[in-house]
Write a protein that binds this ligand. Structure first.
Ligand code: CTP
Ligand code: MG
Length: 228
C-alpha cells in the first residue's frame, strides 16, 4: 500500500434543505453539468490527488454510482454512505481512506474550486501538516444580542473559510477523536489540538452552492471562465 498517497474526501451526503428544490442540490445543473460532477472534475484534474472518496446519502447512492459510470472518472475509488452531520460524513470518509499521508476534505457543494487551488493547499500542508483555503472578509462583521450590536470585529483579522482543507492523516484522526462535535469545520477541530492551520488565500469564486441564487452566480462565473 502506498502510504504517501493523498486522498480527497468529497462530502456529498447532505440533504440540501436550504436549496428547497425537493431533489439533491448536487445534481442541479450548472452550464449543463451536475454540480457534483464539476466538483469531481477539479479533483480528477489535480495531479497531486491520487484517490477520491465520495461520501453520499443512501437515498441518492444510485444516482452517484450512475454519475461515476457515465463520467468515466478514474480516481473515484469508493462511494461511502454518509452520516447525519457533515462531520460524521467526513469522518466516515476519512476512515475509508485507510493508510495515506494526507486527506483533502472538500464540500461536494463547492464546484468552482480549481485544480490549482487544491494543489496550493496540499503544498502548504506539506510544510505544516494542516492547511485551509480561505478569503479575507469583505463585509464588516458585528456581534449582536437582543436586537442591538454589541461589538465590531477587526475585519483585518477575519477570514471566510472555504474548502479544501488538507491535513496529515494522523492529525485529523486525532482531532476527530478529541473533538466535541461543536466545531463547524475540520480546521477548527485541528486548531483545538493546538496545531497551527496554514491559511492559503483562495478566490471569492469558490462559493458553496446553498440557495438558488448560488446556481445563478456559479453559472455566470463558469460562463465568464469559458470566455477567457
Ligand atoms: N454534507 C454531508 N453530510 C451531511 C451534511 C452535509 O456530506 N450530513 C455535505 C453536503 O453534501 C455539502 C457539504 O457537506 O456538500 C456542505 O454542507 P451544506 O452546504 O450545508 O449542504 P447540505 O447540508 O446538503 O445543505 P443544507 O444545510 O441546506 O441542508
Ligand atoms: Mg448543511
Amino acid at each position: 500500500m502506498n502510504n504517501e498517497k493523498i486522498v480527497a474526501i468529497i462530502a456529498a451526503a447532505g440533504k440540501g434543505e436550504r436549496m428547497g428544490c425537493g431533489t439533491n442540490k448536487l445534481f442541479l445543473e450548472v452550464v449543463g453539468r451536475p454540480v457534483v460532477a464539476l466538483t469531481i472534475d477539479a479533483f480528477e484534474g489535480c495531479p497531486l490527488v491520487d484517490e477520491i472518496i465520495l461520501v453520499v446519502n443512501d437515498k441518492d447512492a444510485f444516482s452517484f454510482y450512475d454519475l461515476i459510470d457515465t463520467e468515466g472518472y478514474t480516481k473515484v475509488e469508493k462511494i461511502v454512505s454518509g452520516g447525519k452531520t457533515r462531520q460524521e460524513s467526513v469522518l466516515l470518509g476519512i476512515r475509508e481512506a485507510g493508510k495515506c499521508s494526507k486527506v483533502v476534505i472538500h464540500d461536494g457543494a463547492r464546484p468552482l474550486v480549481t485544480p490549482e487551488q487544491i494543489e496550493n493547499v496540499i503544498n502548504a500542508a506539506h510544510d505544516t501538516g494542516a492547511a485551509c483555503l480561505a478569503v479575507p472578509a469583505v463585509d464588516t462583521i458585528k456581534t449582536g444580542d437582543k436586537g442591538f450590536f454589541t461589538g465590531t470585529l477587526d475585519r483585518n483579522k477575519l477570514w471566510l473559510v472555504q474548502t479544501p482543507q488538507v491535513f496529515d492523516r494522523g492529525i485529523i484522526l486525532e482531532a476527530y477523536d478529541k473533538g466535541d462535535g461543536a466545531e463547524t469545520d475540520d480546521a477548527s477541530l485541528v486548531e483545538k489540538l493546538g496545531t497551527r492551520v496554514a491559511i492559503v488565500q483562495g478566490s471569492y469564486e469558490n462559493i458553496k452552492i446553498t440557495t438558488q441564487v448560488d446556481i445563478m452566480i456559479a453559472e455566470a462565473i463558469i460562463n465568464q471562465r469559458m470566455e477567457w
